[in-house]
Design a protein around this ligand. Sequence first.
Ligand code: KL2
Length: 421
Amino acid sequence: MGARRELKRRRSESPGLARAAAANAGDSAAPRDRGWYNPDRRKGRNRPPKPYRRWFEAEGDRSLSSSKGDSFLLISYNILGDNNAFNHRDLYWNIPCDIMKWNSRKGLICREIIHWNADLVCLQEVDRYEDILVHMKRKEYAGCYKGRSGDAKDGCAIFWKEKRFRLLEEESIDFSSIGLRNNVAQLLVFEVDEASKLVVGNIHVLFNPKRGDIKLGQIRMFLLKADALSRKWDSIPILLAGDFNSTPDSAIYKFLSTSELNISEHDRRHLSGMDNCQFGLYAFPSFLKFKWTNDEVRNATGYSKSEQVKHPLKLRSSYATIQGNARTRGPQGEPLATSYHSKFLGTVDYIWYSTGLECRKVLDTLPIDTLRKTGGLPTKEMGSDHLALVAEFVFTEPSELDHPHSTDDSAEEETIISKSV
Ligand code: KL2
């Protein structure tokens, strides 16, 4: 039977069926068959971002650990500010212009953030906050932004899933107000699932590899303020994400992980390790013995007479606590690289956590040879010159010995905060 005669026969039997048959038979007058709209089926929506990265989980029997509540996921991601991408063309000279454009990078960055479906998202080098907020709002995130002072156009942003996290307090640090350059940091206090509370910090530390004194001062201040907020809310756990512009073999990393440092044992110009990473082209001659000035000592330690600097937290770095792929990890257990462009290949991004939290898994970074093959980031698949760090955490049951601070003398620390500006 011909298609049109069949159509006529069906039309008389069932008008609905006939309309569908008409569409199939190519009858342009009939409405086309309509499927249900599923936004997640749209091209690329649900596929993991490329290149493929594996999850690594904590070892050991989970049932033995004293976790409470559901786990939650955090992303820390330096997204490469539009202005920095434009102003530092020399770092990206080999990257095609169309890849560097914000409009092409924005889609990759937002898709990646949304794909991991994290509960907390800490971004650095954000100068197009509104562009990102639009996407995040659609996925039921709320956000807040702290821009850098001075001429800089970028800043830090934190987004959180409103269904799980309720904002209790918001604080930001403008380091220029205490003479430590125009970088910024954010500290937020959340109630999670109406059961636990948490301090979340986000920082983008000064880049200048020579100014270890300022970098150390910024980080010291960030940790002191996080500690003070934690104590204010009854010693709640702390999560600190960001681009610390310091490498894992540096004195600044040692300060973060061991809570103390004697700066007289180090050269200010080498304090952040940015001069001797995989191929840091920021090396400085070190044949002259470096002497700290009083101002530099005060920037670093908070006191011009003290060369010893301490912080009050017990911190662990999430990637270093989870064993990963030998091809992606260095001697400290940190990723070999979280950032790559024509002048730098190395690790500067971290997610630190205090007691009261346990890191359950991390999203692996990429091997050096995979990164080198790209010739430099960003690429047409990766929107920034940094990789997004993603880690999953659980709250642990509090024990007598387990509080986020290494000392319990809050009065002493409050004095340090007020004096060390
Ligand atoms: O290292 V970064 O890149 O965390 O990804 O942070 C800073 C640097 C960012 C904000 O200031 O801009 C980049 N050489 C290389 N990179 C630079 C320079 C520079 N002279 N100045 C700023 N950045």
